[in-house]
Design a binder for this molecule. Structure first.
Ligand code: PGA
Length: 259
């Protein structure tokens, strides 16, 4: 955590929670968080597409200062793309953030570096902010190729992007071997890799890299978030499993209290 970048805790609900469950989770979360929490941390939830409208109306009508995020987007404004959702459709729902290039989309659903770069630009073009995911596999980590993989993903996504656009983005470093496995990176490793992401961004977009938040993701829990956040290069967390439960997610947002 740095003094200048506001920490972000973002919940990635993946393919969980119907719209009815999502409303309940966001309401429960709002009972547990207070003004000090929102001042200290930007809180984001990323429900499935089917729950976005319900969560949006809950947030708006109860004036809950939680930002709405989506988990994916298709990088065309409209057209014959059966099953896909456009940036404009998300922007109309007051979606502020869109996750792009999550490893599950890269590994299971075929998102390439090129598609991720197009999604990133399409999200910016619609006035939203991408959360750009990167991260290495266990094989890549064990063979010493983690840095090369992650720097390559960042270069592919940001190449040619204007500094003013890059400034709107957030990065999430998520080692694939840590996602959903209960095995998180050590705070030191997370710090090193988030620092590498920032150094790579600096090469591409210059000094605005200092203001871009780099989150860590992969088995973030109430019990490990404080030590991760104590690292200077870790600006927040992208939380999967532990964001599904409002109690756990609130405790993660309130990591400062557990110190
Ligand atoms: P996890 O997922 O917290 O369940 O490991 C993180 C993510 O995939 O964003």
């Amino acid at each position: 955590m740095s003094a200048t970048r506001k920490p972000m805790i973002a919940g990635n609900w993946k393919m969980h929670h119907t719209h009815l469950e999502a409303i309940q989770v966001v309401q429960k979360l709002s009972y547990r968080l207070d003004g000090d929490d929102y001042e200290a941390v930007e809180v984001v939830v990323c429900p499935a597409f089917t729950a976005l409208r319900s969560v949006q109306t809950t947030i708006d009508s109860d004036r809950i200062p939680i930002a709405l995020g989506a988990q994916n987007v298709y990088p065309e404004p409209q057209g014959a793309f059966t099953g896909e959702v456009s940036p404009g459709m998300l922007a109309k729902l007051n979606v502020s953030y869109v996750i792009v290039g999550h490893s599950e989309r890269r590994e299971i659903l075929g998102d390439t570096d090129d598609l991720v770069a197009r999604k990133l630009r399409a999200v910016l073009g619609a006035g939203m902010r991408p959360i750009v995911c990167c991260g290495e596999t266990l094989d890549e980590r064990e063979s010493g190729a983690a840095e090369e993989k992650v720097a390559g993903q960042i270069r592919a996504a940001y190449h040619g992007l204007k500094a003013a656009d890059a400034e709107q983005t957030v990065v999430a470093y998520e080692p694939i071997w840590a996602i959903g496995t209960g095995r998180n990176a050590t705070p030191d490793d997370a710090n090193t890799m988030c620092g590498l992401v920032r150094a790579t961004l600096r090469e591409i977009v210059g000094s605005v890299a200092e203001g871009i938040r780099v989150l860590y993701g992969g088995s973030v829990k109430p019990g490990n978030i404080a030590e991760l956040m104590a690292e200077p290069e870790v600006d927040g967390g992208l939380v999967g499993g532990a964001s599904l439960d409002p109690d756990d997610f609130a405790r993660i947002v309130q990591y400062r209290r557990s110190k």
